[in-house]
Design a protein around this ligand. Structure first.
Ligand SMILES: NC(=O)c1ccc[n+]([C@@H]2O[C@H](COP(=O)([O-])OP(=O)(O)OC[C@H]3O[C@@H](n4cnc5c(N)ncnc54)[C@H](OP(=O)(O)O)[C@@H]3O)[C@@H](O)[C@H]2O)c1
Length: 401
């Protein structure tokens, strides 16, 4: 039954992929997939269930994962009934986490600078000044669980303002290991007598909110830096569920920030942009038109192949492309690995030794930091590859009414 359903769902996705012109190299392989799906799920035999905690086999390593089934809404309401959660900052995370906490029925207030962009956004989203919307200082004072969701640069700049309110018995919560790990640069030290925890959603606050409203959850990492109450771990699991996480993975503050900074500078944003540009420029230099260079570099990747990697893995995507494509990819992936490995090693070192932090703090605390980021984004926006992309996107069936 499950295998038939999986085969049907595969056939549907393969059929819709086949309808897209650029997906023509992806072959239908339902029978092969059905045979695989009939086998037990990779990790099912290794699950050791203990209430909401699972130990799962991740490619050969056993790791603990916490799930929300252990924290139904009634338990959340009871567990946090005497707590006031102060969310400092109303950027993407303050918005997503704050609204999800509020909709879960917890006692939550927001603290942002008065009449700034975030204040106006919070008012527009139903937070009421004097009732559950305050200045940063007032909110930090009123809350006994304080979410520091200011920008990473503001966490450094405002720490002297916030610190006096983080008194013994409170819980200090972050969504990034940044401020604490790089304390030599941020001067954010874990205050005495305070639990210091982290829950970092692996995605934007907007995604956290959307998935919550759909009844789903975004996965998050959790960590405990300082456990004074003896309950810090239990508390952060509960908070992770309350903000709308699905599964919670264990990490440390240091590992979270190192992997996060490497990821966004690497594959997630920096490396992908560099690779796209390099291939596009070679194709253009060899006389290919902008549309052809864009289609073969970005459009096919984002619209056809990367979604398949996400859904079923790299091996599956390869196996369902033509043998010509497979031969080429299998021959060339090692060359790209060899070329990029030293760059990733440099990047990790630059993160670990604090250079990336120094640069982010220096640049993002300039009074005109948003304007200068905008100028650099404008350069990308105005470049030929992304202008070509605008036209290609307009020709997608859904945009070409
Ligand atoms: N965005 C993500 O995808 C993501 C994912 C996981 C974790 N995180 C982490 O979550 C935390 C919050 O990130 P975010 O993206 O939500 O935040 P953000 O957009 O970088 O900034 C959030 C808030 O910082 C305030 N702020 C900035 N400078 C200030 C200053 N000088 N004084 C007072 N307030 C100031 C802003 O208020 P104004 O509007 O008044 O300027 C805004 O409310 C960070 O630690 C981040 O690393 C982010």
């Amino acid at each position: 039954m499950a295998s038939r359903a999986a085969a049907r769902s595969f056939a549907r996705s393969a059929a819709s992929a086949a309808r897209a012109p650029i997906a023509s190299r992806v072959l239908a392989a339902a029978p092969r997939f059905a045979a695989r799906a009939a086998a037990p799920a990779v990790f099912s035999s290794s699950i050791q269930q203990s209430r909401g905690i699972k130990t799962l086999n991740f490619g050969g390593s056993q790791e603990k994962v916490y799930e929300r089934s252990d924290w139904p809404k009634e338990k959340l309401l009871d567990y946090f009934k005497n707590d006031t959660i102060a969310v400092l900052g109303y950027g993407p995370q303050g918005h997503g986490q704050g609204l999800n906490l509020r909709d879960n029925g917890l006692n939550v207030i927001v603290g942002v600078r008065k009449d700034g962009r975030s204040w106006k956004k919070a008012v527009a989203e139903g937070w009421v000044p004097g009732k559950n919307l305050f200045s940063i200082e007032e909110a930090a004072d009123k809350g006994n669980i304080v979410f520091n969701l200011l920008s990473d640069a503001a966490q450094r700049d405002l720490w002297p303002t916030i610190k006096p309110y983080i008194t013994p018995g409170k819980t200090l919560y972050f969504s990034h290991g940044f401020a604490i790990t790089y304390k030599d640069q941020t001067h954010v030290e874990a205050p005495q007598g305070v639990d210091v925890v982290l829950c970092a959603p692996k995605g934007s606050g907007a995604t956290l909110r959307t998935l919550f409203l759909e009844g789903k959850g975004l996965n998050s990492s959790i960590a405990v830096f300082q456990d004074v109450s003896g309950k810090a771990h239990e508390r952060v699991v509960g908070l992770g569920v309350a903000i709308g996480s699905g599964y919670l993975y264990e990490t440390t503050f240091e590992k979270e920030v190192y992997s996060d900074l490497v990821g966004e500078r690497g594959i997630l944003m920096g490396a992908i942009n560099g690779l796209f540009r390099a291939q596009y420029d070679v194709l253009r230099a060899q006389g290919h038109s902008p549309s052809e260079a864009f289609n073969e570099t970005v459009e096919e990747a984002t619209q056809s192949l990367i979604p398949l990697i996400g859904a079923k893995g790299m091996d599956w995507m390869y196996a369902n492309c033509s043998v010509t494509a497979q031969r080429g990819a299998l021959d060339w992936h090692q060359k790209f690995y060899d070329a990029s490995l030293p760059v990733f090693k440099d990047l990790y070192e630059s993160v670990k030794n604090g250079s990336e932090t120094k640069r982010a703090l220096d640049k993002n605390s300039q009074p005109d930091y948003r304007e200068s980021l905008e100028l650099e984004l404008e350069e990308i926006r105005g470049s030929e590859i992304w202008r070509a992309g605008e036209t290609v996107r307009s020709l997608r069936p859904e945009n070409n009414k």
